[in-house]
Write a protein that binds this ligand. Structure first.
Ligand code: HEM
Length: 146
């Protein structure tokens, strides 16, 4: 059960990474290039929102399946914080990724409220770039690509 979830979370991360990269570069390019907002731009941002929310759900299930709560209860928070591996898996990775997905959600909902192309791309470019930086920073690259 845990291994399947881990595999799913690991493979779904490729989709999250690729779609977020494409949506971010697209928004930045069209913001600075003063392009018109089209149905493609709406679809790619919506797809980014959906794909990242699915990863959030898989991540939360994985977190509880790993029973990290028991580790915290048994060892105590001090031990967890002093162990780089545990701190990353229990605190840093989940927290940073939740913030990243919140930024994607805020960027998506703010762009929808804007009526013209430039402000729409501005919201997407700002929030998706910040989210992408956080995702890059907290993907466990060594274990993921090993
Ligand atoms: C944009 C969102 C996210 C991305 C791109 C992402 C990506 C990844 C990747 C690539 C791994 C390593 C998998 C491997 O070693 O093969 C991982 C591990 C993990 N993720 Fe996420 N994650 C995200 C969100 C979350 C969230 C929101 C949670 C929990 C609330 C979470 C919990 C975990 C846990 C517990 C592991 C460790 C699994 C293990 O090594 O046993 N992730 N994540």
């Amino acid at each position: 059960m845990y291994a399947t979830l881990q595999l799913l979370h690991s493979y779904w991360a490729y989709l999250v990474f690729i779609i977020l990269a494409v949506a971010t570069i697209n928004a930045l390019y069209k913001f600075f290039g003063n392009k018109e907002f089209t149905a493609f731009d709406f679809r790619i941002s919506l797809f980014t929102l959906i794909v990242s929310h699915i990863q959030l759900i898989i991540g939360i299930i994985l977190f509880f399946a790993a029973d990290y709560i028991s580790i915290v209860k048994e060892s105590g928070m001090g031990v967890v914080m002093k162990n780089a591996d545990l701190r990353d898996k229990i605190i840093e990775h989940p927290t940073t990724m939740i913030i990243a997905i919140a930024l994607i959600t805020i960027g998506y909902s703010k762009h929808k409220k804007k009526l013209t192309s430039k402000p729409k791309f501005k919201m997407l470019a700002m929030f998706f770039t910040l989210a992408f930086i956080l995702v890059i920073a907290k993907i466990p690259w060594q274990t993921w690509l090993a």
